[in-house]
Design a protein around this ligand. Structure first.
Ligand SMILES: [Zn+2]
Ligand SMILES: [Zn+2]
Ligand SMILES: [Zn+2]
Length: 205
């Protein structure tokens, strides 16, 4: 009976995972990091299906992190569930795709409805043990990507956000302030939203 219930619960196709799929930088430098896990807490920012959200603090000076996209979407692109950088090379999607001469968006539908269906179909095939060809697939590395890749974790990225009040000279919280008191570093990629990071779009303004 319990078995049947479990199978029925799986029929909705929603994700239940015990550990997030994340890069070393997002995990942080503490091997005993404690994570909280909330089943179907949020919708995946890509396919919009409910998924298991993990939350943790990757270091003493770090801000809390949580998984933003589901594991199906993360596997289709081979990216971290938090920062959406490539899991193997630590690079943004567009940089990886260009270096490897691939287009990892080829088979992923753009419309929300199709994307949801596509993710469900992918899960069904994976559960049935079918080998699913994702557009990312197993691509051979080359000199370009080996030169670009990040080989060590980048923990600085986990630090708290810069305090926007501090920049305007209006923060009164001093050392109690949970945000960082320094001037922001601007850059093209600091403007990229989650969907753009996922598809590797850089908007020209
Ligand atoms: Zn998803
Ligand atoms: Zn990451
Ligand atoms: Zn502040």
């Amino acid at each position: 009976m319990a078995h049947r219930l479990l199978r029925d619960a799986e029929a909705d196709g929603w994700e239940r995972s015990d550990f997030p799929i994340i890069c070393e930088s997002c995990l942080g430098d503490n091997p005993y990091v404690r994570m909280t896990r909330a089943l179907y807490d949020k919708e995946c920012k890509i396919c919009q299906r409910p998924f298991t959200v993990f939350r943790w603090r990757p270091g003493r000076d770090a801000r809390y992190k949580k998984t933003e996209i589901c594991q199906t979407c993360c596997k289709l692109k081979n990216v971290c569930q938090v920062c959406l950088l490539d899991l193997e090379y630590g690079l943004p999607v567009q940089v990886r795709d260009t270096a490897l001469s691939i287009n990892s968006n080829d088979t992923i539908p753009k419309s929300d409805v199709n994307r949801e269906y596509f993710a469900e179909e992918h899960d069904r095939r994976a559960r049935a043990g079918l080998d699913y060809e994702s557009s990312y697939g197993k691509v051979q590395s080359n000199d370009t990507i080996l030169k670009l890749q990040r080989t060590t974790p980048y923990y600085k990225r986990n630090r708290a956000h810069v305090c926007s009040f501090y920049i305007r000279g209006e923060c009164t919280r001093g050392a109690e302030c949970p945000y960082r008191h320094e001037m922001p570093v601007t850059g093209e990629l600091s403007q990229q939203n989650i969907k753009d990071r996922y598809y590797g779009y850089v908007r020209c303004t």
